[in-house]
Design a protein around this ligand. Structure first.
Ligand SMILES: *Cc1c(COP(=O)(O)O)cnc(C)c1O
Length: 396
């Protein structure tokens, strides 16, 4: 047998973390890494945040799980916090981002069903998008690497180019349920929607009675300096998926909706065994308490500005390798002139710096939101050193 006990779907590397401290991970041999990946935009309070640990530990010792057949004071608390601080009137809790997107798709379709238009069931999505790994969410993208060999995929999705409002408008017909879009594409290479595009989608939805469904699984929960990224655009969705950061490291997602959009989601239409259990709710509430505290969002914005300026200053020094930087707040992408996967591995293996590769030769920079200026300075130093010592493959 050559297969590994962990199903070999990930190209796992030699970094084998066993402990986390703030913005650092510590490996099996005691080596330290500066963590500007945050478990892919998850550990927004860094590792071992004392308030977060205490909230989760207390809840473990009190009550971990009960079924959704019972009343949930823990769920009501977190849902109320989300309702109070967003466009939404109601929340369904899930265990992952893909499940949150699935619930969002179901909510959009079910709205039109309940509204007397069951034929309005096609969701328009966008090129280069990532919505998860379920059959439904891979059906919602055009990325061959996610879809190949998993056919037959689900009907009911149409993909048009991202940031192309005319194409989006042209794709709408009598069978359209709405749009599903990331305000800032994450896996696709940290590509923010343009103002015109996102506001335009909102306008089309208003004109035609469609659902605007946002996937804020990666860009949400204060990552861009506002609680949700769409706030930068001055619009609100009808339905939104959130996950990653909201659990701070505990598996948690949510589908948020307005009262109108949730019209079809009545008793018996959806469910989850684990979704919203007391332990998950304690983790989510601890995260929300931290990010909604006075000054937190301003700190993210300030650190985002500092990071962005530092990157912009660095690019001309290494212009054989670095192309440009894009993103919002602490969700930045450094676009390279060659493959980013190799460079990310080089930073990791030779400079103790963790980042994440993304589409279009982008190095994703997703630090914990609690970073200080000293961490940015250390990051820039390691990145700069890494660029100096990097030897791109000969054929590039
Ligand atoms: C990560 C991600 C998902 C999927 O989340 P999982 O928790 O891995 O299921 C969906 N949408 C976006 C935008 C993501 O970044």
């Amino acid at each position: 047998m050559t297969i590994t006990p962990l199903m070999p779907v990930y190209p796992r590397c030699d970094v084998r973390p066993v402990k986390g401290e703030g913005c650092y991970l510590i490996g099996e041999r005691g080596e330290r890494y500066l963590d500007f990946a945050s478990g892919i935009a998850v550990n927004l309070l860094g590792h071992s945040h004392p308030d977060y640990i205490k909230a989760v530990q207390d809840q473990v010792a009190t009550l971990m799980h009960v079924s959704n057949l019972y009343g949930s004071p823990q769920g009501e608390k977190l849902a109320q916090t989300l309702v109070d601080n967003t466009f939404a009137d109601t929340v369904f809790f899930t265990n992952s981002g893909a499940e949150a997107v699935e619930c969002a798709i179901k909510t959009a379709r079910r709205f039109h069903f309940a509204d007397g238009n069951p034929q309005r069931n096609t969701i328009i999505t966008f090129s280069n998008a990532f919505h998860g790994r379920t059959i439904g969410t891979i059906s919602a993208t055009d990325q061959d690497k996610l879809r190949k060999g998993f056919e037959p995929l689900l009907p009911g999705f149409v993909v048009v180019p991202f940031n192309d409002l005319d194409a989006a408008r042209a794709a709408v017909n009598d069978g359209t349920a709405g749009f599903l879009v990331e305000p800032v594409q994450g896996e696709g290479g940290i590509r923010p929607a343009t103002q015109e595009f996102l506001a335009g989608l909102r306008q089309i939805c208003d004109e035609k009675g469609l659902m605007l469904v946002l996937d804020e699984v990666q860009c949400g929960v204060a990552r861009t300096g506002t609680l949700y990224a769409h706030e930068h655009y001055g619009i609100t969705p009808d339905i939104m998926a959130t996950a990653k950061g909201i659990g701070g490291g505990f598996p948690l997602g949510a589908c948020l909706a307005t009262e109108r959009a949730a019209k079809g989601m009545v008793i018996g239409t959806h469910g989850s065994t684990y979704g919203g259990n007391p332990l998950a709710m304690a983790a989510g509430s601890a995260v929300m308490e931290a990010v909604l505290a006075d000054g937190f969002m301003a700190h993210v914005t300030a650190m985002g500005d500092r990071l962005r300026q530092s990157l912009e200053q660095l690019i001309p020094n290494h212009d054989h390798l670095f192309d440009s930087v894009r993103g919002i707040g602490l969700m930045q992408g450094l676009k390279l002139k060659s493959d980013s996967r190799r460079f990310v591995a080089h930073l990791r293996d030779n400079h103790g710096l963790l980042t994440v590769a993304a589409g279009e030769n982008v190095v994703r920079i997703l630090p914990p939101l609690i970073i200080e200026e000293a961490h940015i300075a250390e990051f820039i130093e390691k990145l700069s050193e890494g660029a100096r010592t990097y030897v791109p493959p000969a054929d590039e």
